[in-house]
Design a protein around this ligand. Structure first.
Ligand code: ADP
Ligand code: NG1
Ligand code: MG
Length: 456
């Protein structure tokens, strides 16, 4: 499956005809011509396995139905002309071989350019075809449902189709994980992998290096519900995300050094574990023995590794974490090794029946670890997660990078109505968010992956 290219369909499903017609109308108003095809890429919700993909560990997401659709026509003018169905995003135009991706103040079209640039490099195109594009997105932004990667993946897919090429889902996903880093965030590959490799009706266990996917059947007696705490967090606009990536890198380097290994070669916890040949539980023992709780100052890190601050910047930091003076290493490492273990347990339990209670317990433990050890939640999200559990969820946790955004809850099917009503009444109404509740609070099921639809 992952070795096949994303599907190219001749028909737009009847269910989506109205939306695509609307996009087509806007396209004609904007560009005075009809689109020749549509690319679509979904967002995702991660069921368990947070902030561990960039440490080399497997995760367990599923695609959501919400997606990014890009309508495309090609031109001979070497111009890339981008518009957005949402008027709050300004139009953008550039030459196909002359543009910059601004890491310091990322704007919406920079995410498009990440996918465009990555695909041009992958296909070896120095003069890609010009394109007119309208982006129509329905994934809540800055909320942990991976709207950024859906946009990057969709732009890459649109660029591939416009230039008449095909590549496998797996290769495009790997490429998109790398090219989204042009925006500055040094993420793993979860979001791009699930956007291409998702299948309707099944969650996926995604593993990395090399990229692999495996279907995971979810229990039938529960429903998964997304709830957005409505605090936005744009990951590329702050250094919080990369600070976590860097803390994990430094922690694995310090442990590698204390084990007498060539520490400069280590960037991820999974590689250190592989090299030491230990289990995840044993790795937590290594963390306990080799790292201390609390904060490491930058001079302390430099002294342990035997480097100058300039050398540390080279071996371990990212451009937007050069200013960071304090690193939490012990708690981050404990979170990652613990969370990697929970993903394995979650997947194994999905294969047995009557498992919901145990799965819920793993989700609750995951949230606790994200909130306390990884410190990537916020007061509103913690409050919402607690309310979801009080309202009948068997398990609830933040999903995506966090610092705001969404929780995912596992709710017994027969309690769904009461659950939604209580969360609406006790979280959204008191905050005056009642009008937004349908987009912020919804049951979801595993959706399908990225695809192309040819226009008639
Ligand atoms: P997320 O958790 O949603 O992936 P990120 O902080 O990674 O959040 O990136 C979100 C950014 O992606 C937005 O701030 C915006 O720039 C861009 N984006 C997402 N969806 C759209 C859209 N429909 N139109 C324009 N830009 C979008
Ligand atoms: P979101 O919340 O969608 O931006 C980010 C990373 C993932 C993963 C999660 C945390 C990117 C593109 N996405 O997701 O790789 O690390 O956070 O589990 O960097
Ligand atoms: Mg994102």
């Amino acid at each position: 499956m992952a070795d096949a290219p994303p599907p190219v369909n001749n028909e737009i499903p009847l269910l989506y005809a109205d939306r695509y017609n609307e996009i087509c109308k806007k396209f004609m108003e904007t560009f005075g011509t009809e689109p020749s095809f549509y690319a679509r890429a979904p967002g995702r919700v991660n069921l368990i396995g947070e902030h561990i993909d960039y440490c080399g560990y497997g995760v367990l997401p599923m695609a959501v139905e919400q997606d990014i659709v890009i309508a495309v026509s090609t031109n001979n003018t070497n111009k890339l002309r981008l518009a957005n169905a949402d008027q709050k995003y300004r139009q953008f135009e550039c030459s196909v071989d002359d543009y910059e991706i601004d890491k310091n103040s990322p704007q919406w079209f920079h995410y498009f350019l990440c996918g465009f640039k990555g695909m041009c490099e992958m296909l070896g195109l120095s003069r890609p075809t010009g394109m007119e594009c309208i982006v129509d997105g329905h994934i809540p932004c800055n909320a942990g449902l991976s709207s950024s990667s859906a946009l990057v993946c969709c732009a890459a897919l649109a660029t591939m189709q416009a230039n008449g090429s095909t590549r496998s889902k797996k290769d495009i996903a790997d490429m998109c994980a790398a090219c989204e880093r042009y925006i500055g965030t040094q993420g793993g590959g979860m979001d791009q992998a699930i956007s291409f490799m998702a299948e309707a009706g099944t969650a996926k266990k995604i593993d990395f290096n090399p990229l692999r996917e495996m279907s995971v059947s979810l229990p039938g007696d529960v429903v998964f519900v997304v709830s957005n705490c409505c605090v936005e967090k744009n990951k590329a606009a702050s250094s919080d995300f990369n600070t976590r990536v860097v803390e994990c890198r430094i922690a694995s380097q310090i442990m590698a050094k204390s084990k007498g290994l060539e520490w400069r070669q280590f960037r991820r916890f999974a590689d250190l574990q592989g090299c030491l040949g230990l289990g995840l539980g044993d790795m937590m023992g290594v963390v306990g023995a080799e790292l201390h709780p609390g904060t490491y100052s930058k001079p302390e890190v430099c002294q342990i590794l035997g480097v100058t601050p300039e050398e540390l910047a080279e071996t371990s930091l990212s451009p937007n974490t050069l200013h960071v003076q304090a690193f939490q290493l012990y708690d981050r490492a404990m979170h990652v090794y613990g969370e990697a273990g929970r993903v394995e347990e979650f997947r194994a339990i999905c294969d047995t029946s009557g498992a919901s209670l145990t799965l819920g317990g793993l989700m609750n433990a995951s949230h606790d670890s994200c909130s306390r050890l990884y410190q990537c939640s916020c007061a509103e999200l913690d409050e919402l997660v607690a309310l979801c559990v009080k309202s009948g969820a068997i398990g609830s946790r933040l999903t995506g990078a966090g610092w705001g955004g969404c929780a995912i809850s596992m709710v017994p099917r027969e309690k769904l109505g009461d659950f939604l009503e209580r969360v609406r009444r006790e979280y959204y109404e008191p905050r005056g968010l009642g009008a937004a509740v349908n987009e912020a609070l919804f049951a979801t099921q595993p959706g399908s992956g990225a695809a192309v639809y040819l226009a008639k």
